[in-house]
Design a protein around this ligand. Structure first.
Ligand code: SAM
Length: 155
């Protein structure tokens, strides 16, 4: 049984019927290496202070896009939660008894399973960024990195 099947629908949850429509095209800019091999290993949200250092591996053609990131101590990382189902409108989070709307929670299960984490930038390399604050599975596809607008690293 796949991990996705194991995380099937719970009593009280509601799925939409029909095919999941995909009409936007995204390109992955790399992948994220984390120590988390199963969803049970992942924290519900990352921790910028105590979380493990994770590596954003940047695809070769996007590495020049890292220039200037060294000025920032924090940033936002967007990633594609590729193991998620995409058809639930009501969900019952594990810590709750009552079903709730998908857009009222930060569950990975959503029509477009984009994850967003604020991270601390630990080290910038030519081909990678080391960060703390992630909550995703190892090898999760990376969508984007955005520096924090206000907080510059001390010079
Ligand atoms: N921090 C992001 C956010 O707020 O948008 C994601 C939060 S989501 C609650 C994090 C959870 O997603 C993890 O605890 C794990 O259960 C699950 N997860 C992590 N990586 C995943 C992946 N690649 N595909 C599907 N689910 C994943």
């Amino acid at each position: 049984m796949s991990e996705q099947d194991r995380y099937g629908i719970r009593p009280g949850e509601v799925a939409v019927k029909g095919p999941v429509v995909s009409d936007a095209s995204l390109q992955f800019i790399g992948r994220i290496r984390t120590p988390f091999q199963t969803r049970a290993d992942c924290p519900r949200q990352g921790d910028m202070e105590a979380g493990p250092v994770c590596t954003l591996e940047i695809a070769e053609k996007w590495r020049l896009a890292l220039v200037g990131l060294e000025k920032f101590g924090f940033g936002d990382v967007l990633y594609w939660l590729d193991q998620s189902r995409r058809d639930l409108v009501h969900q019952r989070p594990g810590h709750s008894n009552a079903p709730v709307g998908t857009f009222a929670i930060r569950s990975p299960v959503r029509p477009n399973p984009i994850g967003l984490s604020r991270v601390a930038i630990v080290e910038l390399r030519e081909d990678a960024v080391l960060v703390r604050g992630l909550d995703c599975l190892d090898k999760t596809p990376l969508l984007d990195i955005k520096p924090n607008r206000c907080v510059h690293a001390p010079s």
